[in-house]
Design a binder for this molecule. Structure first.
Ligand SMILES: Cc1cc2nc3c(=O)[nH]c(=O)nc-3n(C[C@H](O)[C@H](O)[C@H](O)COP(=O)(O)OP(=O)(O)OC[C@H]3O[C@@H](n4cnc5c(N)ncnc54)[C@H](O)[C@@H]3O)c2cc1C
Length: 451
């Protein structure tokens, strides 16, 4: 590994790792700087000896066909396990199996032309153009889904983006699965694709300042109390959106760009980093499989109404383990993060879970272990994943645009097709590697012409 790398990559999440692997394959030498003591960022798989399933504190599902995920998993000898789609909703005090609500909503959204000329926040769309076309139950469902699935605030998220996403391929023709062995398998494949003679990974190295000019980047970082200064002709910024937004706002710990990223300001305003609280609850037994003569044996999701802070729970089906995930996104997650400590969150989740089964199970007595990671308070994430705010249609493209063939931008928030997912992050890493290769070829051309 040469001491002067061709490219410095900031952040060793899926995007940074994918960029490093593709750049190394193209013959470039890479220095990968990561703040945490582990790779993977918002992929965070833990194992517990007492349970035969990965404990995913971050990404868990493979949404849609996701060829990038499947290819990397195959390299690790893993594959996707399809998850059944069995949703149960608490309605008038009993659990009902409901699948029809979402297709009805998709149809109404598809037929509506109100967004053709201008965008608006989702809540305005629901109260205006869709007011008479949906029932209040359907409107509540849409808000809960925007909060839960997109981690969004309905009064901020772009209605146009929601309609595109919910009526697009990922939702209409979308198998949902999980990596066998968890997302740790994908990280194994990615790190296995980093040849030691071309890629150096430096963990526990927090980037503090990026000074850049055409063809030159100097990075100042802090590594376990020591200052580290490294230099390269090009760098990839593969940091979370929330970290870049905090950098724009300044503050004592904020990452600094010199000169500042003025051309990214409107992109950073057009996107939001949505909050999520994902709580894993391991029980002594999978009590839901036994209730009501086994009716919920194959259930994947349990849903509650909007009066609950944790409105969604899911199982690991088809894998049968005594594990439930309690999920809150958007404003509920923001509230949980701001007002509850960890024990308070667990107490709230158990209270909501008890409501799912109408108080018939003493869920607290069944609990064995609870795990949570607060991604909002995590300084190296500052949110779970990105969404487009009303009027921000072009923000992802703008954020992805390279600057002077010197600074390149990756990360889930930069992907125009599959943002907010691991797939989007992987795709963005591959994209920047292509951009860097193209920039190098055109530079060599220019030099040859000048000679
Ligand atoms: C709770 C939760 C559930 C999710 N569920 C799913 C799911 O089911 N399916 C799915 O596809 N996606 C899911 N996602 C989204 C998915 O995890 C992300 O889209 C993806 O992992 C983002 O990858 P990334 O490389 O863009 O960013 P990150 O993984 O965040 O990587 C960025 C890296 O930069 C590092 N960093 C930050 N600041 C600095 C600094 N100053 N110096 C050096 N390094 C720094 C971070 O530590 C991190 O490692 C979920 C996310 C969360 C939080």
């Amino acid at each position: 590994m040469p001491s002067n790398p061709d490219v410095i990559i900031l952040g060793a999440g899926a995007a940074g790792l994918s960029a490093a692997a593709h750049l190394a394959q193209a013959g470039r030498s890479v220095l990968l700087l990561e703040a945490r003591d582990r790779i993977g960022g918002r992929i965070f798989t833990r194992q517990d000896a007492g349970i035969d399933a990965p404990l995913e504190l971050g990404a868990e599902f493979i949404h849609g066909h996701a060829p990038a995920n499947v290819e990397w998993l195959a390299r690790a000898g893993s594959a996707r396990i399809d998850a059944p789609d069995s949703h149960w909703r608490l309605e008038n005090g009993s659990l009902q199996q409901r699948d029809s609500l979402f297709p009805q909503i998709q149809q109404v959204m598809q037929q509506n032309a109100a967004l053709a000329t201008h965008d608006m926040p989702l809540s305005q769309f629901l109260q205006g153009p869709l007011r008479d076309k949906l029932t209040s139950v359907q409107r509540d469902y849409i808000c809960l889904m925007a909060e839960g699935f997109d981690a969004a605030e309905p009064s901020r998220i772009s209605a146009r983006a929601i309609v595109e996403e919910w009526t697009g391929e990922m939702m209409t023709d979308a198998p949902q699965g999980r990596p066998d062995g968890g997302y740790a398998s994908l990280l194994r494949a990615l790190s296995g694709a980093l040849p030691v003679d071309r890629v150096r990974l430096q963990l526990q190295t927090v980037v503090r300042e990026v000074r850049w000019s055409h063809g030159s980047v100097q990075v100042r970082a802090e590594s376990q109390g020591r200052e580290v200064i490294v230099q390269a002709p090009q760098a990839v910024v593969a940091l979370p959106l929330g970290v870049l937004q905090a950098s724009r706002e300044g503050g004592a710990d904020a990452l600094r760009f010199d000169p500042p990223l003025d051309s990214k300001q409107s992109a950073l305003r057009g996107l939001a980093s949505g909050p999520v609280i994902k709580l894993l609850l391991k029980f002594r037994r999978a009590f839901w499989e036994e209730l009501d003569d086994g009716r919920y044996r194959d259930a994947t999701f349990f849903h509650l109404g909007h009066e609950h802070l944790f409105p969604t729970f899911w199982t690991q089906a088809p894998v049968r383990v005594p594990l439930l995930c309690a999920w809150a996104g958007g404003p509920r997650a923001a509230r949980l993060s701001a007002e509850f400590d960890q024990a308070g969150m667990v107490g709230q989740a158990l209270q909501d879970l008890s409501a799912v089964f109408s108080g018939r199970v003493d869920v607290a007595a069944e609990l064995d272990l609870a795990l949570v990671h607060d991604w909002q308070r995590d300084a190296f994430a500052r949110g779970a994943y990105s969404y487009i705010v009303a009027g921000g249609a072009d923000a992802r493209r703008q954020l992805a645009e390279s600057l002077q063939d010197t600074l390149f931008f990756a990360g889930e928030a930069t992907d125009e097709e599959e943002a907010a997912t691991v797939t989007g992050a992987l795709r963005s890493g591959e994209r920047v590697a292509r951009e860097i290769t193209a920039a190098r070829i055109s530079m060599m051309h220019r030099r040859r012409l000048e000679q």
